[in-house]
Write a protein that binds this ligand. Structure first.
Ligand code: HEM
Ligand code: HEM
Ligand SMILES: [Fe+2]
Length: 495
């Protein structure tokens, strides 16, 4: 440290710089869009930690359980998940924006402002959730405390803020591409963001009839997001990542992208019928939902073929081993979590027995983790590699055991939880529904059965494995690439 900084109180930007220096990061390697992306990635990791912390609610009485209501813990757990994934996706988009458009980001200042507004709003919303756990549900609470819509419970004032931030984000994307150049990836991305932001607005209205409410709003946001717009978004990210770390040609990834988008929207939109089976909608939804959602796994198979074929073509030679490993985890996780685990209970004949059991939680965990946590983590590694000055990140780099163990623990943890929950769900469908005829007595018989209780213990154990994997991942993200002097391209080519 120079004598200068000892006498003069460092300003905030200087402090930030010294933090970057401490982290061993050369800021000059990043363009403005990427610097903004790094903020979003940091926010995402912090929210990811919160998600898992609140998932571990029942680890011991007095930890969170018994202090906060289950409903509050659960709400923070799943809302933090949706938010950290959105932060990650926004970050990925800002990251590739300048490279893909060939020009500077259009509204950087607004973008930065948007980040801080969003983060401040989230902090206030969560504090309110934690301090006001129970109370009436009326217009005032709808505006100020909680909208009561699973997965996106933010009160309406925050909803409006979120929409404004999304508009800023959308403006930045469209204007930057317009000032620079458009590409197939840019076009798909922009159209998808229209759908993504538009559907969020659908979750802000309120109707008094709960069937109407669920029909129009709830599942439009959650289902159409995760099974259509988010899937397309991760496709864009996957296409761009494969070009970056594997060197696949733009022509090939863009062709795949178009095929997958067509399949995704073709099956995903009417596939939302599997949430219309038992909410009081007309019976034809059983047929429509059953048929179209059974087609939904097809694009997911295409994505696996895409990723594995492209990497196999290049003998798995690539510039960033942790990112590549997580991309492969994404291809399989998406296929199994969404495609196979979703398909298992999507036919109405089966869903009659599985609806509302741990079966849903089993699928929900594997799908969100497999499809969206994985690809965000892959992108964190892509960003960090660049941030550290494009150093080599391979199986033989310094402390590579950390990313390998984080990869193993997180994947084994979530898979273990998924299987435990599936066993519990199987038992519930059998004892509560098939034998017990969906009666109260059947419900309690299923909840207290030893096989159910054992399964829940296993879920807890694998939850701890997942949490330790996350701890290791965060440590690795903070340190990987430090002290590495070999450059990525040189090694990838000479290997
Ligand atoms: C990455 C994509 C996906 C994600 C993140 C996802 C996530 C979820 C979640 C969290 C739930 C539980 C909702 C609740 O709280 O009640 C759910 C339910 C369900 N999902 Fe998915 N899903 C995905 C794709 C799919 C696909 C492709 C299918 C069909 C092949 C499918 C079929 C179902 C079914 C049948 C239900 C249960 C409906 C019920 O009984 O209420 N999902 N999904
Ligand atoms: C330490 C690990 C974790 C634990 C202990 C845990 C625990 C829980 C619990 C107790 C619930 C509430 C279930 C209920 O309402 O009956 C839940 C719901 C949920 N969690 Fe986790 N979770 C963990 C990690 C994750 C991860 C990594 C993801 C995805 C990335 C995830 C996604 C979800 C989703 C989507 C739901 C709602 C499922 C539904 O409504 O069916 N969780 N989790
Ligand atoms: Fe769905």
């Amino acid at each position: 440290m120079s004598a200068n900084t000892e006498t003069v109180k460092p300003s905030f930007p200087d402090k930030l710089k010294s933090f970057h220096n401490w982290a061993g990061v050369d800021d000059n390697t990043l363009n403005d869009g990427q610097k903004l992306a790094v903020k979003y990635f940091m926010g995402a990791v912090i929210l990811f930690i919160f998600q898992i912390l609140f998932g571990l609610q029942f680890i011991a009485p007095g930890f969170l359980y018994d202090i906060l209501d289950f409903s509050v813990n659960r709400m923070v757990h799943i809302n933090a998940m949706i938010l950290w994934m959105l932060y990650g996706f926004i970050g990925c988009t800002y990251w590739l924006l300048e490279d893909e458009s060939g020009t500077e980001i259009a509204g950087l200042k607004f973008g930065i402002l948007g980040f801080w507004v969003l983060s401040a709003a989230i902090t206030v919303v969560v504090l309110v959730y934690l301090f006001i756990q129970t109370g009436a549900g009326n217009d005032t609470t709808l505006w100020l405390i909680n909208e009561g819509r699973e997965y996106i419970e933010a009160p309406r004032w925050a909803d409006i803020g979120i929409v404004v931030v999304m508009l800023i984000f959308f403006y930045n994307v469209v204007m930057t591409f317009s000032q620079g150049q458009w590409s197939g990836i840019a076009g798909v991305l922009t159209l998808d963001l229209v759908a993504l932001a538009g559907l969020y607005v659908a979750g802000m209205f309120y109707m008094t009839n709960i069937t109407h409410e669920q029909f129009w709003w709830w599942w439009w946001v959650i289902h159409l997001w995760v099974e259509a717009t988010w899937e397309v978004l991760v496709d864009v990210i996957m296409a761009w990542s494969l070009m970056t770390i594997l060197g696949v040609s733009r022509r090939i990834v863009t062709t795949w992208l178009y095929i997958e988008v067509a399949l995704m929207f073709g099956s995903g939109i009417l596939g939302l019928g599997h949430h219309y089976f038992w909410i009081g909608t007309p019976e034809y939804w059983l047929t429509i939902g059953g048929f179209f959602s059974a087609l939904e796994p097809i694009p997911l198979v295409a994505m696996v073929v895409h990723a594995v074929y492209d990497s196999g073509e290049r003998g798995f030679k690539n510039m960033n081993h942790p990112a590549m490993a997580w991309l492969i985890a994404h291809a399989f996780g998406n296929f199994f979590g969404a495609g196979v685990w979703g398909f298992m209970h999507t036919l109405p004949q089966i869903n009659l027995y599985t609806h509302g059991t741990q079966w849903s939680a089993s699928h929900g965990h594997l799908a969100f983790f497999g499809a969206y946590a994985t690809i965000n983590i892959a992108f964190f590694y892509i960003a960090i590699q660049h941030w550290r000055g494009n150093v080599w990140m391979g199986a033989d780099s310094i402390n590579s055991w950390r990313w390998k163990w984080a990869l193993a623990l997180l994947n084994i943890g979530v898979l273990g939880m998924t299987i435990a929950l599936l066993i519990a769900g199987y038992e519930q469908s059998f004892i509560e529904r098939a034998i017990g005829g969906s009666t109260w007595a059947g419900y309690f018989a299923a909840q207290t059965h030893p096989s159910f209780m054992t399964a829940m213990h296993w879920r807890m154990l694998f939850g701890l494995v997942t949490a330790s994997g996350l701890g290791l991942l965060v440590w690795d993200l903070l340190t990987i690439g430090k002290g590495e002097t070999r450059k990525a391209e040189v090694i990838a080519q000479s290997e």
